[in-house]
Write a protein that binds this ligand. Structure first.
Ligand code: ASP
Length: 312
């Protein structure tokens, strides 16, 4: 039994591990661990307290995948609901679909009985408005918006000071040998309204297959979408790489792509045997994990992989 995640999953891992210890499923462990992160108002990258889009509206993306069936559920651009990971799970379980966005996802959330809430905290509002005052965002047409985003993205490594910048990843292996993977995010702050990132895209930010392993990403979502990074990792596992080789190769794949907006890429990997690894294009990034013998959340450095070509 193992549960691993991005650094900001620390508040949720003990909850997920308790589920696994009681014989619960990897899916339940992933969902409950991520819900705790979504409810953490101090985390400005996920759920309640997440930073808003360019117009000041918090739009959330999330996805969940069951490695035993390879069924998946995802939601993109969801407003006013604190737990997009749970809506994504209901999409997976209750609908003949895998992905809902915007108003349809919100309608479905209401039908499921999820309560609406105001996601924009006073602190997130203040950070958002400071960004507007700094002239980094707020231009009414797309080219200026993109210029503003470049300015904002360039600030991220400094603001993140070695921690994962945005988005929570959680991967779990339960006592029955099943894997599950979940991702939840408020996406890039000051993003263009309606922009959906890799966190909601199965194969990009999230992929899980009991036979080979689970993987999830944080960082520059557009790159993970273009390179199908989470799926690549699992396919490299399938081809015989260990978690260290698979993650490194998927990170190095990004060097084939040009991206003037590149900020960072991070990924976490968990195998059906419980081996795990994590990678980052930033030198001081960490990840967190627990297993059945853990008395507390453990932390380890991610393997640094240079992603130079991403900067074009
Ligand atoms: N991957 C997220 C996105 O593209 C952002 C992040 O992890 O920083 O929305």
């Amino acid at each position: 039994m193992n549960i691993i995640g991005s650094s900001n999953a620390r508040v949720g891992l003990p909850i997920g591990m308790a589920v696994l210890r009681k014989g619960g499923s990897a899916l339940d462990a992933v969902e409950l661990a991520i819900r705790a992160v979504e409810s953490n108002p101090l985390d400005h990258t996920v759920g309640l307290g997440g930073l808003p889009n360019l117009l000041g509206t918090v739009e959330l993306d999330a996805s969940i995948m069951d490695g035993s069936t390879r069924t998946a559920g995802a939601v993109g651009g969801v407003r006013r609901f604190e737990h997009p990971i749970s809506i994504a799970r209901r999409v997976m379980q209750d609908l003949p679909h895998a992905f809902l966005v915007g108003e349809g996802a919100e309608r479905f959330a209401l039908e499921c009985g999820f309560e609406e809430t105001d996601l924009l905290t006073a602190e997130a509002q203040e950070i958002y408005q400071r960004g507007l005052r700094d002239g980094k965002a707020g231009a009414p047409h797309a080219s200026a918006v993109l210029r503003a985003m470049v300015g904002r993205l360039a600030m991220q490594p400094e603001r993140a000071s070695g921690k994962d910048a945005g988005t929570v990843n959680v991967l779990a292996l339960d006592g029955h040998g099943h894997l599950a993977a979940g991702v939840s995010t408020s996406g890039f702050a000051w993003k263009y309204p309606g922009r959906v990132g890799d966190s909601a895209v199965i194969g990009a930010g999230n992929y899980c297959d009991n036979r080979y392993g689970a993987a999830a990403c944080t960082g520059r979502g557009e790159m993970a979408i273009r390179a199908a990074t989470a799926h690549s990792i699992v396919m490299y596992l399938r081809a015989g790489d260990g978690p260290d080789g698979a993650g490194r190769r998927a990170m190095e794949d990004l060097n084939d792509l040009e991206d003037p907006y590149f900020s960072a890429m991070n990924c976490v990997v968990l195998t059906p045997e419980g081996h795990h690894a994590a990678f980052s294009s930033e030198e001081t990034a960490m990840y967190v994990f627990m297993d059945e013998s853990s008395v507390e959340v453990q932390e380890a450095p991610r393997t640094f992989v240079r992603v130079a070509a991403g900067r074009a």
